[in-house]
Design a protein around this ligand. Structure first.
Ligand code: NDP
Length: 272
């Protein structure tokens, strides 16, 4: 996979890129021929990922807390120093605290909002300015189905993700003048370390019941949509939040029961 640096090669920046969905997105960009900067607060995992990818000329791993304005500015300088351009930014870094609203501490609230929302705001500002100056580029924010539908235990996480969806529209409206598109992807449940942390066995079983496609999404499926949104094929698409969720957002109350009945009693089913 190793190649010489080519003049004019595109550059993608992926936050939270050390593992999970962010890493899958980084790999998508590498396969599409981009050089890739992976930003992550977890330096140990980041270094391991960098070593595993083994593409020193094409991968720049930067230890960076996206909620820290100075760290983000430093990361932008490093990327510009290395490649002198940015074509795509994916704001993927995120943390989840699932707790009842009345038990969520202010520190937990700030931690979630600081990472998920401040991080996307700061990175969009720093890297968006670079793209705006070149009059082209794309930003994709990784929101969540929790930003589209309220749910128990997600006062901080869900609120941060709903805010990211609006942040997406704000940036889309302003950066559209500079030829930069901004969209959001709202994943349903995806098999990652984060999901392992916050999804108990019972929660997993609930998801299998509630998601019409009956399974978790894969990191690769998230990356494919992000890649499409950054590509020329999506050249007129901006300001949108797209649920990549196996139909979870479309499903209504009582869906598992309806689905269990489907096929057994399709004709003359009295339930509505
Ligand atoms: P992971 O926890 O597996 O990976 C996220 C990475 O981001 C970790 O390496 C994490 O480091 C890093 N990170 C956390 N805080 C910061 C920060 N302040 N600055 C830079 N990096 C940071 O998560 P996923 O891959 O599962 O999730 C990726 C995104 O997708 C998140 O925004 C998440 O909210 C969203 N999402 C995930 C879903 C799922 O089911 N997995 C569903 C819907 C949305 P550390 O380990 O130290 O925290």
């Amino acid at each position: 996979m190793e190649q010489e640096i080519e003049a004019g090669r595109k550059v993608a920046v992926v936050t939270g890129g050390a593992r999970g969905i962010g890493l899958a997105i980084g790999v998508w960009f590498l396969r599409a021929g981009y050089d890739v900067a992976l930003l992550d607060i977890d330096d140990v995992t980041l270094r391991a990922t960098e070593a595993e990818l083994a593409l020193p000329k094409r991968v720049l791993a930067i230890a960076c807390d996206v909620s820290d304005p100075e760290a983000v500015a430093g990361a932008a300088s490093l990327v510009m120093g290395r490649w002198g351009r940015v074509d795509a930014l994916v704001n993927n870094a995120g943390v989840a605290v699932f707790k009842p609203a009345l038990e969520t501490s202010f520190a937990e609230w700030r931690h979630v909002l600081g990472t998920n929302l401040d991080g996307a705001f700061l990175c969009s500002q720093a890297f968006g300015a670079i793209m705006a100056a070149r009059r082209s580029g794309a930003i994709v924010n990784i929101a969540s189905i929790s930003g589209l539908r309220a749910s128990t235990l997600r006062v901080a996480y869900g609120t941060s993700k709903a805010a990211i969806i609006h942040l997406t529209k704000q940036y889309a409206v302003e950066l559209g003048n500079f030829g930069v598109r901004v969209n959001a992807v709202c994943p349903g449940p995806v098999e990652t370390e984060m999901a392992k942390l916050v999804h108990s066995v019972a929660i997993r079983s609930d998801y299998y019941d509630t998601v019409p496609l009956g399974r978790y999404g894969t990191t690769g499926e998230m990356a494919e949509l992000v890649g499409f949104l950054c590509s020329g094929a999506a050249g007129y698409l901006t300001g949108q939040a797209i649920a990549n969720d196996g139909g979870f957002d479309a499903a209504g109350v009582g869906l598992p029961t309806f689905r269990r009945n489907t096929g057994l009693n399709l004709v003359g089913d009295e339930t509505h």
